[in-house]
Design a protein around this ligand. Structure first.
Ligand SMILES: Cc1cc2nc3c(=O)[nH]c(=O)nc-3n(C[C@H](O)[C@H](O)[C@H](O)COP(=O)(O)OP(=O)(O)OC[C@H]3O[C@@H](n4cnc5c(N)ncnc54)[C@H](O)[C@@H]3O)c2cc1C
Length: 478
């Protein structure tokens, strides 16, 4: 951050601390009766908190603000189905404003958090101006970033799988590889273009490779007669002895067998150590020629979280107490992938999943309600999921529910029913059902969408609507 431009009054500051003292003396609101709840992050954690607050704080004197860098909530478990053209991207995303009745939404990048001053600095994307937001209660749900373990080549030459843009980019790239492969009779080149590698044996990796496998084989059989299907090479790289460590060993073995039968080549105890435009280098010294590498190999914290002055644990996540509060900060709640929460029953940490983020969000709002009623006793977090499930192929899934293991079409149907129920709006539920239903009748779409032009509007100078300091002092800017 070089200079800071206050968006309330246009003054420029050379440091964050100067800006904060200016904000606190000139702009800080004087109202103490209206409490401010600030939610950071519009993913599973942040949106659950927002929805629960909207339900439970209808009559309370409270100001709710949610900030996120995207204007939508993304339903990540269905992201792999966007790659395979099964679902339309907008059907798995819901605008955050849809959930805001009392709350205010700001699409902006969160730059930093000052826990002592109780201020969060955000940056507007169109003119890069900074703005400080005050809070009485802070809810931190900033998720995580893809972890490339500081390997620049892996980051540069692979796709990540976190956002809608990622899924669209991977889908486009796969189709482009099929178009290229259809035009070459060179065996080596065709094999390289038709090698699709996913790194990571967890849920995201397994579901992504399974969708790619089906999409590639299906599309080639329908539309690419000049491609020899024997040249297709779909590879999943797992650093562990087995895939899906969250499920029991027997089911993991069955999932492995089913995926291999469908044509996926799984490399166990293997790591990707390096990559270039046309290859991935494995830790056993093998150089695997491939034009498509997708990385789902773990998460790390973004700068806002890692620079916070608090206790950090495994992968840089924030250590919280049983109430889900940051240690020594009673008004800061942390949840989801950026929180490290100890499961005292198992003496381990709760996994980073959407299921957990949702449960944590619900508990935080229950405790906020109690705090607003001046109740002293707050609830501790305890949750044991009744099951986990994943899609591992065309009409094939695996699930463990209350200790029972299921594999095949039944698990696949349970997956669809469960996740469809979790989609937040009726409209999107209907659209997804239509996408799924038409898949029984129609072929997958192989339209190659070209580069999408994005016009940058940085550094626009708006001078005509900047209120005077006097006006700002008399009204809390929206
Ligand atoms: C492909 C894939 C498949 C998955 N499948 C499953 C599954 O089947 N089941 C399951 O339980 N879990 C699944 N997960 C994991 C699940 O998505 C995460 O555990 C969950 O999203 C965590 O929720 P969160 O709110 O902590 O973080 P996120 O959902 O990642 O939300 C973080 C939010 O913060 C915003 N943000 C971050 N930094 C900033 C910043 N500086 N400024 C502004 N905004 C910021 C982000 O844009 C985002 O909106 C999957 C994940 C992926 C990627």
């Amino acid at each position: 951050m070089s200079t800071i431009n206050c968006n309330n009054c246009n003054h420029v500051f050379s440091s964050e601390s100067n800006y904060y003292s200016h904000y606190l003396t000139v702009h800080k609101s004087n109202s103490t009766s209206i409490k401010k709840i600030l939610i950071l992050g519009g993913g599973f954690g942040g949106i659950t908190v927002l929805r629960e607050i909207e339900k439970n704080f209808k009559k309370s004197k409270v100001e709710i603000t949610i900030v996120s860098d995207e204007n939508y909530f993304l339903f990540t478990p269905m992201l792999p189905q966007v790659i395979s053209g099964l679902l339309h991207p907008s059907n798995i995303s819901t605008p955050i404003r849809y959930f805001c009745k009392k709350a205010k939404f700001l699409q902006a990048i969160i730059e930093s958090i000052d826990l002592d001053q109780q201020l969060v600095t955000i940056q507007r994307s169109f003119d890069n101006k900074m703005r400080a937001l005050e809070y009485d209660y802070l809810v931190l749900a900033l998720g995580g970033n893809t972890n490339y373990f500081k390997n620049h080549n892996l980051e540069k030459h692979s796709f990540s799988m976190k956002s809608i843009e990622d899924a669209i980019a991977v889908k486009n790239h796969i189709i482009l590889m099929l178009e290229h492969a259809a035009q070459t009779g060179n065996y080596e080149l065709q094999k390289m273009l038709l090698t699709f590698v996913v790194v990571g044996g967890g849920f995201a990796g397994v579901e992504t490779i399974s969708e790619i496998n089906h999409f590639v084989r299906h599309s080639i059989s329908k539309f690419y007669p000049s491609i020899n299907p024997k040249n297709i090479n779909i590879v999943l790289i797992s650093s562990k002895e087995r895939i899906l460590p969250e499920i029991n060993e027997e089911l993991s073995k069955k999932a492995w067998e089913s995926m291999e039968k469908a044509g996926i080549n799984i490399l166990k105890n293997t790591r990707a150590d390096d990559a270039g435009e046309e290859f991935v280098m494995l830790n056993n010294g093998e150089k695997l020629p491939c034009a498509t590498l997708i990385w789902t190999g773990g998460i790390t914290m973004n700068n806002v979280v890692s620079e916070l002055k608090c206790e950090h644990g495994e992968s840089g996540r924030i250590v919280v107490d049983e109430i889900l509060r940051m240690k020594n900060r009673e008004n800061v709640f942390v949840l989801g992938d950026c929180a490290l929460i100890k499961d005292s029953n198992l003496d381990s940490f709760y996994p980073s999943t959407a299921q957990h983020a949702i449960r944590e969000g619900k508990l935080i709002v229950e405790n906020l309600k109690a705090l607003f009623k001046n109740e002293k006793k707050l609830k501790k977090f305890s949750f044991h999921s009744i099951g986990v499930m994943a899609i591992i192929g065309n009409r094939t899934g695996i699930a463990t529910i209350r200790g029972y293991s299921i594999i095949g079409i039944t698990a696949w149907l349970i997956w669809r029913a469960y996740y469809l129920a979790k989609i937040p709006t009726l409209g999107k539920k209907l659209k997804i059902s239509v996408d799924w239903a038409t898949d029984f009748l129609l072929t997958r779409d192989i339209t190659l969408i070209g580069t999408i032009k994005k016009k940058k509007i940085h550094f626009i100078h708006i001078t005509d609507n900047v209120p005077s300091i006097k006006q700002q002092l008399s009204s809390n800017l929206g």
